[in-house]
Design a protein around this ligand. Structure first.
Ligand SMILES: [Zn+2]
Length: 151
């Protein structure tokens, strides 16, 4: 088994993030779910409805019982959210845990633009999920979010 090509898949997620309808109040994010070196689902912010998140949109395309999920990696350009403005919808961190995904690869951490303190990475790690950050791709992953306050 060869090592997974994190840069290849994150670049794919960044391409998806570029497809997001741009809005003032939310980030543009892309996500790819990969199992056995195959893309099994993709998603991006606001893909299917104005509130849908990238990871959520990708997960919605798979059967929750899909056996490939246990060995899957989700690539997301941004840290999965741990809290949502839309309280009726599950944060992506919880969706990832519920799906049983074992590895999450992100390019940048959620800044405090919309949520005071995102603890997506911390919560995933606490639950035994491997989290890999690719800071070298953070600039590319943030490029479509420059109109927002990223401080
Ligand atoms: Zn989310």
């Amino acid at each position: 088994m060869t090592a997974p090509d994190h840069h290849h898949w994150m670049t794919r997620a960044i391409e998806l993030a570029e497809q997001c309808p741009v809005v003032e109040g939310a980030f543009s994010v892309g996500a790819v779910i990969v199992a056995d070196d195959q893309e099994i689902a993709t998603g991006y912010s606001r893909e299917t409805d104005p509130k849908v998140h990238a990871e959520e949109s990708a997960l919605d395309k798979l059967d929750p019982a899909d056996p490939r999920l246990k060995a899957a990696t989700i690539y997301s350009t941004l840290e999965p959210c741990s809290e949502r403005a839309t309280k009726t919808r599950m944060p992506c961190t919880d969706r990832i845990l519920a799906a049983g995904i074992s590895r999450v690869v992100i390019a940048w951490r959620e800044p405090s633009t919309f949520v005071e303190d995102c603890i997506g990475v911390e919560k995933l790690k606490e639950n035994g999920v491997e989290v890999i950050e690719l800071p070298e791709l953070a600039d590319a992953a943030m490029a479509m979010n420059r109109h927002l306050d990223l401080s």
